[in-house]
Design a protein around this ligand. Structure first.
Ligand SMILES: *[C@@H]1O[C@H](CO)[C@@H](O)[C@H](O)[C@H]1NC(C)=O
Ligand SMILES: *[C@@H]1O[C@H](CO)[C@@H](O)[C@H](O)[C@H]1NC(C)=O
Ligand SMILES: *[C@@H]1O[C@H](CO)[C@@H](O)[C@H](O)[C@H]1NC(C)=O
Length: 467
């Protein structure tokens, strides 16, 4: 009878495997054989059932990695000392006040995992975590000098800094030619010392959304600024939440949840146009594109708005770059929220309240810059000690649990985190504009042909359903 090769698994005894083997199959086996516990040479009958197969107590079983001895063979047949527990020096490792053994699963320590070695030493992976006690302590000490307060957000624990940079941000630094994009200079005018678009246009500026663990800020901030501007310019008639998911799924030459360029995003919104959020809900992942470039809201199966006769997708004019602090302020006051690129440092993730500026806290020396895009919605100034500190009010896309209800304030006038070097604005094509560009006949036809209101809702089936 050919012996089963099953035992290949059980035999290549290192100390550790042997120990685990004996723990899992305590036996007795050889010791339980009635007449002759152990046999000489090869004797196929000299076996005991174990698990779903047999193990052997003859000399032939002892063949190194091809062996198939019973777990207690060495102890019973060779008279070697029983190793029911591992030698003392391999028993326990200590990591952050927790004891564990080489046979336990690795310990998770924030964004790293630690395993216990046979010699009692501990080896951990060496990722820089998105947040840790060290940076939080440093930020606490720095609080008065930097002027903002940090928070210990549980959402960041267990994540690496790289994960945060890829999946919580997601806007690439502009390519050189785009930096030379047309700059817009606003006519001078009187600017108030405080301005908040969400108070100036109540109900027309969208609050912070949560992009989730998807590096989609390029799409989220573009859609959010477009939505704000449609609502503001139409004085509330075209109040709509536009769908970042459409860009995430459909914009070619972008990298979905691994980031995108703002100039391409604006080209997409200008040439193709966006549908509304209900029609293409955000799922924080790339999915199959369901909107053709030529679609109207009708052919895309979106429910057209009830307040205006719109059947075209929502398109924006070309994006323009704003020159400097005063131009940015003027544009916000005249046109609504703007989009700003922001260089992100590690401490930004822990911002809770105050006027942000990046600190020296625990930023890895060899770090590669990561960029994010947000909306600027206003500005103000605050007396900190005897100093007048100017700030921008910005809306992030990490949900309202972060920062000042999803917003943050950041130093103004000193290009903090490069926030003043790439600020974009664009004008919406309101419903009237859609008519003006020669679509009147077509639009009327569609409105008449479909009975327009109330147009039956044929939204997409939920994602994940098979149809
Ligand atoms: C932050 O919170 C985590 C649990 O979420 C806790 O283990 C850690 O000690 C906290 N650190 C500080 C500095 O508060
Ligand atoms: C939509 O168009 C129809 C037909 O031109 C018109 O009667 C109606 O008043 C329009 N509705 C709105 C909200 O503009
Ligand atoms: C911004 O630029 C405009 C002209 O482009 C200029 O009039 C204005 O003074 C500048 N503002 C600042 C703060 O430099």
């Amino acid at each position: 009878m050919l012996r089963s090769l099953w035992f290949l698994l059980l035999v290549a005894f290192t100390d550790a495997q042997g120990y685990r083997f004996r723990n899992e199959f305590p036996g007795p086996y050889c010791a339980a054989r009635k007449y002759d516990e152990c046999c000489r040479d090869r004797q196929d009958g000299c076996a005991q059932p174990i698990s779903t197969t047999l193990c052997y107590c003859d000399e032939f079983c002892d063949r190194g990695e091809h062996g198939d001895c019973c777990p207690d063979y060495e102890e019973v047949c060779l008279g070697m000392p029983a190793t029911t527990s591992p030698p003392d020096n391999t028993f326990a490792c200590l990591h952050k006040k927790r004891y564990f053994t080489p046979y336990d699963p690795p310990i998770v320590d924030n964004c790293n995992t630690c395993k216990c070695n046979m010699d009692g030493s501990v080896s951990c992976t060496e990722n820089v975590c998105l947040v840790d006690d060290e940076i939080l302590t440093q930020l606490q000490h720095l609080e008065r000098s930097v002027g903002w307060t940090a928070s210990n957000y549980s959402e960041w624990w267990g994540r690496t800094y790289d994960e945060g940079k890829v999946l919580r941000l997601g806007t690439f630094q502009p390519k050189r030619p785009t930096k030379a994009m047309k700059r817009l200079t606003n006519k001078g005018g009187v600017l108030p010392s405080q301005f908040d678009a969400s108070e100036y246009w109540p109900g027309l500026v969208g609050e912070a959304r949560d992009q989730g663990w998807c590096g989609s800020s390029w799409a989220v901030s573009t859609a959010a600024m477009s939505s704000d501007r449609f609502a503001i310019k139409s004085k509330g008639h075209e109040k709509v939440q536009l769908a970042p998911q459409q860009m995430l799924a459909c914009a070619v030459r972008q990298q979905g949840c691994h980031g995108g360029h703002l100039d391409s995003a604006w080209q997409y919104v200008r040439k193709v146009g966006l549908v509304n959020e209900e029609c293409y809900p955000y799922i924080a992942a790339k999915n199959v594109c369901k909107i053709r470039n030529s679609d109207t809201l009708i052919t895309a199966n979106c429910e057209p708005p009830a307040t205006v006769n719109r059947t075209e997708k929502y398109r924006m004019g070309p994006a323009v770059l704003l020159n400097n602090e005063t131009d940015i302020m003027m544009e916000i006051k005249e046109g609504g929220t703007v989009q700003a690129l922001l260089r992100v440092y590690r401490d930004f993730f822990s911002y809770k309240r105050g006027i942000y500026r990046h600190s020296a806290a625990a930023t890895p020396a060899d770090e590669r810059a990561a960029y994010h895009s947000v909306r600027l919605i206003g500005w103000g100034e605050e007396l900190v000690g005897y100093a007048r500190v100017k700030y921008w009010i910005a809306i992030n896309s990490w949900g309202q649990w972060w920062g000042e209800n999803g917003r943050f304030r950041i130093l103004r006038g000193s290009n903090e985190c490069e926030i003043e070097s790439y600020v974009l604005a664009s004008k919406p094509y309101l419903n009237e504009n859609v008519r003006e560009v020669g679509k009147v006949g077509q639009l009327q036809e569609l409105i008449v042909g479909t009975g327009y209101a109330p147009y039956p809702s044929r939204r997409y089936p939920p994602y994940g359903s098979s149809s």
